[in-house]
Ligand binder design. Sequence first.
Ligand SMILES: [Fe+2]
Ligand SMILES: [Fe+2]
Length: 280
Amino acid sequence: MPVKLEHVLKRIHALPPLPTSAMRVIALTKNPATSARELENVIAQDPALAAGMLRQANSAYYGYARRISSLQEAIVILGFQATQGLAMASAVAPFLKTQLLGYEIEQDGLWKHSMLTGMAAKSLCKRLKLPYGDVAYTAGLLHDIGKLVISIYVQEVGSYLLEKVTVSKLSYVEVEEKIIGYNHATVGGFLAKGWSLPEDLVESISCHHAPSSAQNHAELASVIHVANGLASLLGLGGGVDSFLNPIQQEALNRLSLKESDLELIMADLGEFLLDPTIFS
Ligand SMILES: [Fe+2]
Ligand SMILES: [Fe+2]
């Protein structure tokens, strides 16, 4: 039986808020008048955020030959948008590292899938010469946050849901919406809005399984859609629905992506996976 909107919203409100420092980093990085010093001061006030950011900035993914040892250096070298992505990654890691029984995702599974989706999204932007690679990284990182909210409902109807997918030939996300009343993408959009995230992130999260329904950011939503599809192929923690939400041809067309491009992105992901510290 479909779940009432008020129940979904209640569950969203029951989740812990994003740390204030992460919210302030988002606001500051959006404002062109912000100085690197201001940003540094905010991050430095939250030792866990600062440590998490430095750890990630030094991972092989960012590819800096020498060690980045101070926040100031990280901000200047990586730039404001990447700083926002790193701050967001540190802030949401505890959420994404939890086990989600409904989607059959083990501990750390969604974190790995989300990081890989973010990395794939950034690689796609680089190959397509799109200027918003760091925003795409953050959107990729957050795309499945709705699963945190509705996994509990999926847990109740999981086998029925899978059965429906088999007989109906619909995608998992379509059946999710039919049976629960909401799919995890829409709910993720509600949560992102509740966290006061910028509109491009909200829309690309809520439309990552139906990018053509995005009003203002269909291109970014398509990037996240394809990135999610590629990360899902690796079978690392995306969940029981990973292979039941195929990449839509329409999204590939919108981005003029060919099979050879997808193979190159998969090769990029394979290379990131060679570094055992990328998920730390
Ligand atoms: Fe998803
Ligand atoms: Fe996903």
